[in-house]
Design a protein around this ligand. Structure first.
Ligand SMILES: [Mg+2]
Length: 363
């Protein structure tokens, strides 16, 4: 039984709007995962090298493994743990009436750290590290070029709200779509920033994560991308910490060529590249993703960001079937999208079902 309403106030069960919302959530997470997997093998190649190796159109499908499948990287792994952190915090809020979402998110990212073989602080209880659904997914233990900033920030044995570094790597933006799929736009910005600050200390790393979450939340209410982007920009104006993020988003709108926007290693550039490719190909999932992937620079992150945006706009069916079916982690990702859509699963008394608490215990 579902007892929740989404940020738009629409009940999460029974209406066709509801089916559309579920489709948008699946499109967003699967779209991001597909973009991530397409970009993974060319992340460290220049555009020229990509076209030399894969032909004049560059990468047009999964090229990493001989069997033609694709696999997600740290971008989608961390996106899944962001979603898990939100659902676990929400479960606590439903049970106890209040919850510190940021503390629960730190725990979720430490579980991701464990999957990557990082040095998890000794003070972290085993109960926290080994509980819930995602940590049981052995596929997520694959080591897929995780970002050093995320690893080292999470290894610090202290419960900090803001990482003591000056990094604005794109590791914030690339993982933040679930905040936009769960919270209403301004709340999505706020939590997007706070979840970003757990690993990155530079204001632009933080506000780019918030801006991306807010953009996804605006898109989920079925606004056209231009309008959603304009709302985000208006919201960012007047926030001094967000000036660099806002400037990059304006450039994304004005640029003629993706190469004008940098290489995407840093947060505001990755966001700008993803937004630019989505603006140019708003109803063409394949073209938008391939433009975001075939660039100089951080192809898996820009592919993931463009995929999140185009997926939430166009839904799951817009993702080419051969990409969806050949994505190795498609079941894990789709299940997380569905759970994020459900938000909570209650029994007849309004309490969390045992099944739900097994997957998303409130800590
Ligand atoms: Mg990656």
């Amino acid at each position: 039984m579902l007892d929740e309403v989404g940020p738009t106030g629409k009940a999460n069960e029974g209406s066709s709007r509801d089916a559309a919302r579920r489709d948008a959530l699946r499109g967003c997470l699967l779209g991001g995962a597909v973009g991530d997997a397409l970009g993974a093998p060319v992340e460290f190649m220049s555009e020229k090298e990509i076209r030399r190796q894969y032909g004049k159109n560059g990468v047009t499908g999964f090229v990493e493994f001989p069997d033609g499948t694709g696999s997600i990287t740290d971008d989608t792994q961390m996106t899944l743990f962001t979603a898990e952190g939100i659902l676990r915090a929400h479960a606590r809020k439903k049970e106890k009436g209040a919850c510190d979402f940021v503390a629960v998110m730190r725990n979720a990212y430490r579980r991701w750290l464990k999957t990557q073989g990082g040095r998890v602080p000794e003070t972290t209880p085993d109960e926290m590290l080994d509980s819930g659904r995602l940590i049981r997914e052995r596929q997520l233990f694959a080591w897929r070029a995780p970002g050093n900033t995320c690893i080292s920030a999470l290894e610090i044995p202290a419960e900090l709200e803001k990482a003591p570094n000056k990094s604005k790597g794109c590791g914030t933006v690339m993982r933040m779509a679930p905040a936009g799929l769960f919270f209403a736009p301004e709340e999505a910005y706020d939590y997007g920033c706070r979840f970003s600050a757990l690993t990155h200390g530079h204001p632009t790393g933080i506000t780019a994560g918030g801006a991306f979450a807010m953009l996804i939340a605006e898109l989920l209410t079925e606004k056209p991308l231009e309008e959603a982007l304009e709302l985000v920009l208006q919201f960012l104006d007047g926030k001094p910490d967000a000036a660099e993020t806002a400037a990059a988003l304006r450039k994304a709108r004005e640029a003629e060529n993706v190469s004008e926007l940098g290489e995407g290693w840093i947060a505001e550039e990755a966001l700008a590249i993803g937004v630019h490719c989505a603006l140019k190909h708003q109803r063409e999932f394949r073209e938008g993703i391939l433009e975001a992937v075939n660039i100089d620079g951080d192809s898996d992150s820009t592919g993931a960001i463009a995929g999140n945006i185009l997926g939430v706009i166009n839904g799951e069916s817009a993702i080419p079937a051969e990409w969806r079916s050949r994505l190795r982690e498609k079941e894990i990702v789709a299940q997380m999208a569905d759970d994020l859509w459900k938000r909570f699963e209650a029994d007849a008394n309004g309490r969390a079902t045992p099944n739900w608490l097994d997957k998303y215990p409130g800590f």
